[in-house]
Design a protein around this ligand. Structure first.
Ligand code: ZN
Length: 68
């Protein structure tokens, strides 16, 4: 996909840094390509761990805690 220069002045949706080069565009958001790849890996790992323990993806992070 040809991104042109539309990313000039955009901010990365992951690290909030300004994007000067190597942009990536996904889900209507701009990222540094490296940030997008890291984010995808982190999400994939979280979902794999969730699946291993029988949790659905996006299960609330604190829901494993016992009530006080
Ligand atoms: Zn970034």
């Amino acid at each position: 996909m040809q991104l042109g220069n539309d990313f000039q002045g955009k901010k990365c949706a992951r690290c909030r840094g300004e994007i000067h080069n190597d942009p990536a565009f996904e889900d209507a958001l701009w990222y540094h390509r490296a940030c997008l790849e890291q984010g995808k890996k982190a999400l994939q790992r979280a979902n794999e761990i969730a699946a291993r323990f029988g949790f659905p993806p996006h299960y609330p992070a604190n829901s494993w805690r016992l009530p006080p």
